[in-house]
Write a protein that binds this ligand. Sequence first.
Ligand code: NAI
Length: 255
Amino acid sequence: MGRFEKSIAVVTGSGSGIGEQTAVKLADEGAKVILVGRTKSKLERVAAQINEGLEEPAATVYQADVTQEDQVNQLAGFVEEEYGDLHVLVNNAGISGKSSILDMEAEEWDRIQDTNLKSVFLVSKTLGRLMKEGETQKDRAIVNVASLSGHKAGAKIPHYSSSKAAVINFTKALALEFSVSGIRVNSVSPGFAETPLTEEGLKNKRFEEAIQKNTALGRVGRPGEVANVICFAASQEASYMTGSDLLVDGGWLIK
Ligand code: NAI
């Protein structure tokens, strides 16, 4: 029996990277997974991989931009109508960018905050309501993907660092509010993992070497290694954990 047998799960930004690996693992362990993202073709590729050889498909694609309240509301309507309940929510969608504070346009600041922070609020609000009202007797959990940068500010990513620090604290506020409904809420903070988000940076050998040098484990992480911890936080194994942040940074912060 998998840890997510009979669970319904939503993973945002699951067309690539950490979200993709999380969706694959949740489905592998029995969940029905709704893959949410902006680019249908990316989500369809992941869904095809998950559903291959299954009699009943485990993955469904839902195209939505999680910064848009109307689209998030429609997503909640879809989940309620098609599944009637929700047990696991992974707020993973996120973007990065590089700019000094003095050169940054306000639009760029807003774009990062909207995608990394406001979306977590919007999705947690609408889908959280469905989780609270759900009738199946099952463990329920939300996992928000924050970042090492939410703990330690990085040069030229002030918008990213501040959005992720806010996700860590928003997670705690949400955990307090949802604890009365038995919904656990935690965040996972990855260090550097090899995904489309870090692809450009990692092409620079000096950047990769710097990561290796500054990471206690001496290497860049794999998206599946982060997904493992997200799935732990979402599972019954973490039944006494809420309002926590789990660092998956290969020991960057201790070095
Ligand atoms: P990724 O770029 O592969 O995944 C992010 C996904 O979010 C993409 O599929 C993208 O299309 C989707 N997305 C972006 N904006 C969206 C929107 N408005 N609506 C719906 N979907 C949207 O990158 P990765 O690395 O897998 O990132 C996943 C999360 O992990 C992000 O929140 C990121 O900030 C976080 N993270 C990643 C680290 C890394 O080293 N890869 C380090 C620390 C945090």
